[in-house]
Design a protein around this ligand. Structure first.
Ligand code: PLP
Length: 392
């Protein structure tokens, strides 16, 4: 019989997609499901972006583009970073990819191998660990703690670095916690990393515009001292409500650039041409659509946090970024967060994700994405309240 090589036995999943499929199946049976499971904006992509992609199709942009993306888009990425952060980046090292995930895949594939250690946030985006395991590298979880505002602790992170550490994965604002790592902590982390020049850094900043309560984004691009070993991951999926377009970008250091360029030629040839023109319009067009979406998320954030804190046995810290709430459910009597998430879906018709799907330190929590209408959030909270009371 044919079968995949053993590495594929180690590859994991993103349970959000399984929950999405289960919620759709239940809805197909006529059940009314409120989906707070998947992490994608419920907004449509702004119209001027859609129009730009349609125009590109009409104008005959039907062929391959350069494998790392069209030059105007790579330049627009650099201009956007300069506009938002006042930081110069070389557009020649920007690589356009089919979704932010592809940068993660490429970076971990390029640096992971048996015998090396890769540090990643736990709880964190599940694909980090999955890909680390795929390469045979040793996954080393960096605990992300509620009592620390779900921020990285520089001290705790640096203490986990050994001579075998090859890569450190950072994510702020963070999935699944909504945590934002303060600038002072990032300053301390970078200062410490200067003592460990053998460690590359993958900074996943895909939620960089989803910040609340006056928080400002601290990008790792602001630290020239680590630029030569930094891979910066970002993209259009969340910021411009473009998850289905599959558009991401990354800045790669010179030492890894040729490897990712060759990978792009081998694996995807180039990113969908009309989508690149849509993404170009996103960066060069009006930005008020982003501000409007973030303002709407802010309203929902307050709704979801207040609602969760009113539920019996639930305690929810106020997330400062992204669009997730990560309530502590250890007071509900449910010792397994996955079992609670499952019961909420099957019995109460509310899709959420159990914290353990994001790592061992996620036990005792569930993740809710508040990228859903205020009305649906209210309905979900009401159902959760009824369910928790009846299940007592
Ligand atoms: N990084 C984080 C932390 C995410 O939460 C996600 C999507 O959920 C991604 C990256 C991937 O984004 P994309 O859809 O652009 O591949």
């Amino acid at each position: 019989p044919i079968r995949p090589v053993p590495a594929f036995e180690r590859i994991g999943e993103e349970n959000a997609f399984a929950v999405l499929a289960r919620a759709a199946a239940l809805a197909g049976e006529g059940r009314d499901i409120v989906n707070l499971g998947i992490g994608q904006p419920d907004f449509r992509t702004p119209e001027h972006i859609v129009e730009a992609a349609i125009k590109a199709l009409r104008d005959g942009e039907h062929g391959y583009t350069p494998s790392i993306g069209i030059a105007p888009l790579r330049e627009a990425v650099a201009a956007d970073i300069h506009r938002r952060h006042g930081t110069q980046i070389d557009p020649g090292r920007v690589v356009i990819v089919p979704g932010g995930k592809v940068t993660m895949f490429a970076a971990i594939l390029m640096l992971g191998e048996p015998g090396v250690e890769i540090l990643y946030p736990d709880p964190g985006f599940p694909i980090y660990r999955s890909m680390i395991e795929f390469t045979g590298a040793t996954p080393v979880p960096v605990p992300i703690r509620e009592e620390n505002g779900f921020a990285f602790s520089a001290e705790e992170t640096l203490a986990l670095i050994t001579p075998k550490t090859r890569l450190l994965i950072l994510n702020s604002p963070a999935n699944p916690t909504g945590g934002v790592t303060p600038k002072a902590e990032i300053d301390a982390l970078v200062a410490g990393l200067e003592r460990h020049p053998h460690v590359a850094i993958l900074s996943d900043e895909i939620y960089d515009q989803f910040l609340f309560d006056g928080e400002a984004h601290t990008t790792l691009l602001a630290y020239p001292e680590i630029r030569n070993r930094l891979i910066l991951l970002n993209g259009w999926s969340k910021t411009y409500a473009m998850t289905g377009w599959r558009m991401g970008w990354a800045l790669w250091p010179p030492a890894l650039f040729e490897a990712v360029r060759k990978l792009s030629v081998n694996a995807w040839s180039c990113v969908n041409a009309p989508a690149q023109f849509g993404a170009l319009a996103a960066l060069t067009g009006p930005q008020d659509c982003v501000a409007a979406m973030v303002a709407e998320f802010d309203t929902r954030r307050k709704l979801v946090v207040d609602g969760l804190n009113a539920l019996p046995g639930v305690r929810c810290a106020t997330p400062k970024g992204a669009f997730y709430a990560f309530p502590n459910i250890s007071g509900t009597g449910w010792s397994s967060a996955k079992a609670l998430a499952n019961a909420l879906l099957e019995t109460a018709g509310v899709a959420t994700i159990g914290g353990p799907d994001f790592g061992v330190h996620g036990e005792g929590y569930i993740r809710l994405s508040y990228a859903n209408s205020a009305e649906n959030i209210r309905r979900a909270l009401e159902r959760m309240g009824d369910f928790l009371l009846s299940a007592r």
